[in-house]
Design a binder for this molecule. Structure first.
Ligand SMILES: NC(=O)c1ccc[n+]([C@@H]2O[C@H](COP(=O)([O-])OP(=O)(O)OC[C@H]3O[C@@H](n4cnc5c(N)ncnc54)[C@H](O)[C@@H]3O)[C@@H](O)[C@H]2O)c1
Length: 283
């Protein structure tokens, strides 16, 4: 089994490393050489911490790091791959260009998966000559920690490609769930958006403070973080843009971003990364 991961950013680097930890040979490709280097150093740090905690032997860590070959050459990464996972910037044109190239380079029976959070696979499959082998394979950040993978079939995705994706997720030590239909937001973001929108509605209507809404959700639903704390953690710009995207694609008023969220974003108060969002953070 040979896996090619395209894009060595936050997601691609760890998707590659998670597979390698489970014995899969991986080629990790990025157009940016420096980014490949950063990805390798970051993975080395993650595995070293596991070694220090006694959760991984030094030998297993070294072997897993060696199993990830880094390259800037897309053809080298994909020409003998059994499975390709694309994790480049969230931009339709960039992804389309990659899928067009992969279509010509990867073996005809290789599965082409996109880790996109918002782009339906049909938008990428449509420009390939074998749309049946394309699907979404949506990992969660940070991939080395988060267990879930959403596998989403497009209207043309074959059973064979779907089964291979389910098997790969399991082989990587991850739990796959299958969506039989394309839908914006998949399962997790769909449910998260619905709950978060309700939290913002309660805030905007003056029903409770954001602190009390977080406390209610954390103590009453046993979520590890309430929606406002989670927003600060992920970045309020990310939360805002996700809402705006859902609002634009569905036209559904329920997804319209909260004015209070919009004000935070306009003020540059984006959460932990800027030192302040809903809460304040020590730098
Ligand atoms: N960050 C998250 O929490 C998260 C979670 C799930 C899914 N995703 C999805 O994963 C994908 C990647 O997100 P990310 O957060 O890792 O982004 P990122 O910006 O950290 O990394 C993207 C990488 O793609 C590389 N790249 C861009 N164009 C390229 C090209 N033409 N060829 C090769 N490499 C190229 C960039 O150099 C960069 O290293 C997106 O589709 C995103 O929607 C992100």
């Amino acid at each position: 089994m040979k896996l090619a991961v395209i894009g060595a950013g936050s997601m691609g680097a760890q998707i590659a490393q998670q597979a390698a930890l489970h014995g899969i040979e991986v080629v990790l490709q990025d157009k940016d050489e420096a980014q490949l280097h950063r990805a390798q150093e970051s993975n080395r740090g993650h595995l070293q911490r596991r070694v220090e905690k006694g959760r991984l032997t030094q030998r297993d860590a070294d072997t897993a790091l060696e199993r990830v070959q880094a390259t800037t050459d897309l053809a080298r990464a994909a020409r003998d791959a059994d499975f390709v996972i694309e994790a480049v910037f969230e931009d339709l044109d960039v992804k389309r260009a990659i899928f067009t190239e992969l279509d010509g380079i990867a073996p005809a029976d290789a599965v082409l998966a996109s880790n996109s959070s918002t782009i339906r696979i049909s938008h990428l499959a449509a420009i390939t000559t074998h749309p049946a082998r394309c699907l979404n394979m949506h990992f969660f950040y940070p991939v080395l920690v988060m267990d879930l993978v959403e596998i989403v079939r497009g209207p043309q995705t074959s059973d064979e490609a779907t089964n291979k994706a389910m098997e790969l997720a399991l082989a990587m030590g991850r739990t796959p769930v299958l969506l039989n239909k394309e839908i914006d937001g998949f399962i997790v973001n769909r449910i998260l958006h619905a709950a978060t929108q309700e939290a913002y509605r309660l805030l905007d209507a003056g029903v409770a403070s954001f602190e009390d809404i977080d406390t209610a959700v954390e103590k009453g639903l046993n979520w590890p973080m309430g929606p406002f704390r989670l927003g600060d953690f992920s970045g309020l710009d990310v939360t805002y843009n996700a809402r705006l995207h859902m609002y634009r694609v569905t036209g559904d008023e329920r997804y319209r971003p909260s004015p209070q969220l919009e004000a935070k974003v306009n003020a540059g108060k984006l959460g932990r990364k800027t030192g302040e969002g809903w809460y304040r953070y020590e730098k």
